[in-house]
Design a protein around this ligand. Sequence first.
Ligand code: TYD
Ligand code: MG
Length: 456
Amino acid sequence: MSKKQKTNFLCNNCGYEALRWLGRCPSCQEWNTLQEFSVGNKSRSGSVSVRAASRPVAITEVESAEESRWPTGMAELDRVLGGGIIQGSLILIGGEPGIGKSTMLLQVSAALARSGGKVLYVTGEESSRQISLRAHRVNALDTSVLLLAEHDFFAVETAIREHKPDFVIIDSIQTLFNDQFSSSPGTVSQVRECTAGLMRLAKETGCSVLLVGHVTKDGSLAGPKTLEHMVDCVLYFEGDRHHTFRLVRCVKNRFGATNEIGVFLMTTAGLNPVDNPSELFLSQHSSRQAGSVVTATLEGTRPLLVEIQALVAGSGYATPRRMADGVDHNRTALLLAVLDKRAGLHLQDHDAYINVVGGVQVSEPAVDLAVILAVASAFRERPLPRNMIAVGEVGLTGEVRAVARLDQRLREAAKLGFAQAVVPRVECVVPPNFNVIPADTVSEAIDAAFGGDKDS
Ligand code: TYD
Ligand code: MG
């Protein structure tokens, strides 16, 4: 006989328990009130958990107090977070080793402390001495920043309960270890359990937790993907360790918009916010060079001007090489095929290299036209006018498609001294003294771009 789960009967009206179904409750004498429930659902106190479960309420009746945000004191980071750190939230910060996670969190700790917050900085990677030396250098010394060099989750928990900090920084989650689980630190189950434990603590004590997460070689966060699901906000450091600037991109935010980016410069005194990143990315775009095109991409709510460079060179191989850095590789292959088929630019026996200057990653299709024009310019060895930008998505039939918020992009370009733009044929507000050149197809765009050559 198969093992059958034991069931009892419970009166909906008075809570009377019976071992078998009865038409009338012997306790309250009501008819038809007994319902079956499985004994396994019974909680230790003897009540039935099904009955204790929360009830659905109308969405309009839920109290929705405005979340209180605590500005971090770094405007660029606040922009990414959507205005500041929400009380009791969990924020995960990922990035390659040496990109500046610890530096930023130390600066943030000091800024939070200076605005009246109490910060517990748990370091599992560096000693307290190392952190303090760095704090000296980046001017992040404050008595309200407590340092704890610890790997043990329970020691961290005790410190949180004892000192009741407003912010807890865990550098890094991979070094934290809960000895209730036999696996070693950094493994999937340890990372998940420690994060779950911190989440409980955050909800219980109201502190906000900032976790540093390592990334694997392919750029995703080490540890389980569930980590990203568990936390409220995920930020990634982008950019190249060899460049001086760093981008912080928000890829998940339960309390605000995603895809905002913050731009910082790594200096000898830590990370400095950059107020006008377009200027920084275009700082070396001064001479007219074949293969270089500037485009305006929209990162979150802010337009960002970036330079796309292409190099086309005769190929020594049967299969020409295609390399793309900063733009999607497959998208680039597609655009090269469009150029071949729709604009008659035969690149079969040429290698093509495409790069976004400064290590920026652009994922928006609005940069398509700039990639196309950069390759065309490199192939023809003719530079575009220096004061021209190109914006537009390119379709498979070679058509130039509309992009979101073109006005805003053109305004940013005008602000930085550009005077003309090759754009899709759409209605838009053109900045004063700015010339827009609408193009329906890739061929038109190429003609327009090189036709405008003589004017500049
Ligand atoms: P770090 O914050 O330790 O990186 P992570 O925690 O992401 O591994 O950053 C270390 C790098 O930053 C290191 O290579 C040196 C550089 N750096 C500066 O250039 N200036 C500074 O003021 C600091 C603190 C670090
Ligand atoms: Mg570090």
